[in-house]
Every structure is written in structure tokens, then in C-alpha cells.
Design a binder for this molecule. Structure first.
Ligand code: AMP
Length: 249
């Protein structure tokens, strides 16, 4: 079973993002970039499926600027077999990424596609769902456990009320939640090995996909600063303040 994994290059989760002074977006100049944390979990899961004998080949995909190659090399160091970069300078929105993935699925014929549940830069939480719809495949989003048995998958999902377990037929789109696994530490020998693994570069035109944005960003702004908190002497004062000042109870 071939597995396709999507990995996005995003501002590292430890970086405090700064909004550009003209409000047109987030300043990424000189900022540390890393693999989207949910995508690390996706690669780790694919590698575990391969180690269990359920997967035979793992193809990592990334779309964006040339530097996304570094993100793909990290995926190869975790254990993916080869990488595909769809190189473009265009601003990519979830629908465009889903269309690129659909075209790659047509070409590569994987039985399973694993994505992160959301990219921590745009927080869209859309690409996996759009991809499943475009392909007409089943989808199991927010997965916290994935088991493959022949042509079937059992996926436990994190839902509002707790956990939900689904049985689905392959081919399938899965998106990862935080508790699915803890990605392994990437070792130096594996980073060296990853340099020799194949990495192909395509363009959206090669895949016949129009990636033009459908949405226009009007303005990006910092969230309002939080006011200082206060200490209350007892529960009665707290309840009175919630009732009379905050008016929430
Ligand atoms: P989003 O819908 O933007 O929150 O992203 C959900 C998931 O889609 C991410 O965790 C990635 O697995 C995948 N994805 C989104 N954008 C890209 C991209 N440019 N390259 C590769 N994967 C992506």
C-alpha cells in the first residue's frame, strides 16, 4: 500500500508571529520555518504503518516555494521514501492544495493520504476535507488512532463529546490530531541518509492545476492586548463581579 503524506512549511510554532506594518500579512523575513506540527505526526504515522508492514512506500508532498525542499528532507529523515515538491511562488489556499493533491493522487495511486488536521499558519482545517470531496473518497479527520486491516481502516477520531471509532474502506483520506502519536527524534545519520533519497520537482502546470487564490485577504491585525487580571478575596466577590461587572452569569 502506497501512502501519500502532505507536509507544509510554516512559521515555527515557537516563534511569536509579527504582523507586517501595512497589515497585508505576517512578517516571515528571517523567521525560523519548520514542518507544520500536525504533519510531523502524519509522517510519523505513515512510517509506523510501514514498520508494521501495512504500508510499502511513503511519498511526501509539499507545495510552495523552493525552500519547502527542506521540509520534504525532514519528512525523508523521519522515514518517507521519496518527496514531491510542487514548486510555486503563488499564495496557496486550501482548495488549490487539495486540487494539487488530487492530481498527484491520480498520478501516484496511493490507497491512503494522510494530512495534518490544520496548518498552524492559516488554521484553515479544510484541505483534507476538500481533498476527500474532490476524490470522492471516505475521510476520517482528527484521528487519534489508525489501524489498517487489508482493505479496511479503523480510525478513532477526537470529537467534541469524546472519541468516535469509524470503520472505513480504503482508499481513504485521514487527518491527524495531536494524540495520534509522538513523532520520533530525527537523528543525524537519518538526516544524512535523507539527502540521498529522491526528490522530484513539479509545477502546478505539470499537474494541470490552476492555483490562483479564490479568497482575498483584506487585513491582518494583531489580537487586542489582554487587560491585567485582578485577585478577588473570596468566592462571593467573584460571583458578584461575574454577575454585575462581567454580566456573564
Ligand atoms: P489547512 O487546511 O490549511 O489547515 O491544512 C491542513 C493540512 O493540509 C496541513 O496540515 C497539511 O498536511 C496540508 N497542507 C496544507 N497546505 C499545504 C502545502 N502548501 N503543502 C503541503 N501540504 C499542505
Amino acid at each position: 500500500m502506497k501512502v501519500l503524506v502532505a507536509v507544509k512549511r510554516v512559521v515555527d510554532y515557537n516563534v511569536k508571529v509579527r504582523v507586517k506594518s501595512d497589515g497585508s500579512g505576517v512578517d516571515t523575513a528571517g523567521v525560523k520555518m519548520s514542518m507544520n506540527p500536525f504533519d510531523e505526526i502524519a509522517v510519523e504515522e505513515a512510517v509506523r504503518l510501514k514498520e508494521k508492514g501495512a504500508a510499502t512506500e511513503i511519498v511526501a508532498f509539499s507545495a510552495g516555494v523552493a525552500a519547502c525542499q527542506e521540509t520534504l528532507r525532514t519528512a525523508l529523515a523521519i522515514g518517507a521514501d521519496r518527496g514531491v515538491l510542487v514548486s510555486t511562488e503563488a499564495e496557496l489556499q486550501p482548495l488549490a492544495v487539495a486540487k494539487l493533491l488530487r492530481a498527484l493522487v491520480d498520478k501516484e495511486q496511493p490507497r491512503l493520504v494522510i494530512l495534518g488536521k490544520q496548518a498552524i499558519d492559516d488554521d484553515s482545517n479544510q484541505t483534507a476535507q476538500m481533498l476527500a470531496a474532490l476524490l470522492g473518497w471516505g475521510q476520517a479527520t482528527f484521528a487519534s488512532k489508525v489501524e489498517i486491516d487489508g482493505d479496511k481502516a479503523r480510525v478513532t477520531r477526537e470529537v467534541d463529546g469524546g472519541l468516535e471509532t469509524l470503520e472505513l474502506a480504503l482508499p481513504l483520506v485521514v487527518s491527524t490530531d495531536l494524540r495520534l502519536n509522538e513523532p520520533r527524534y530525527v537523528t543525524l545519520p537519518n538526516i544524512m541518509k535523507a539527502k540521498k533519497k529522491p526528490l522530484d520537482t513539479l509545477t502546478p502546470e505539470d499537474l494541470g492545476v490552476d492555483v490562483s487564490p479564490r479568497l482575498k485577504t483584506l487585513k491582518v491585525a494583531e489580537p487586542p492586548k489582554r487587560g491585567a487580571g485582578i485577585k478577588v478575596p473570596d468566592v462571593a466577590t467573584l460571583v458578584a463581579k461575574l454577575k454585575n461587572e462581567a454580566k456573564v452569569i
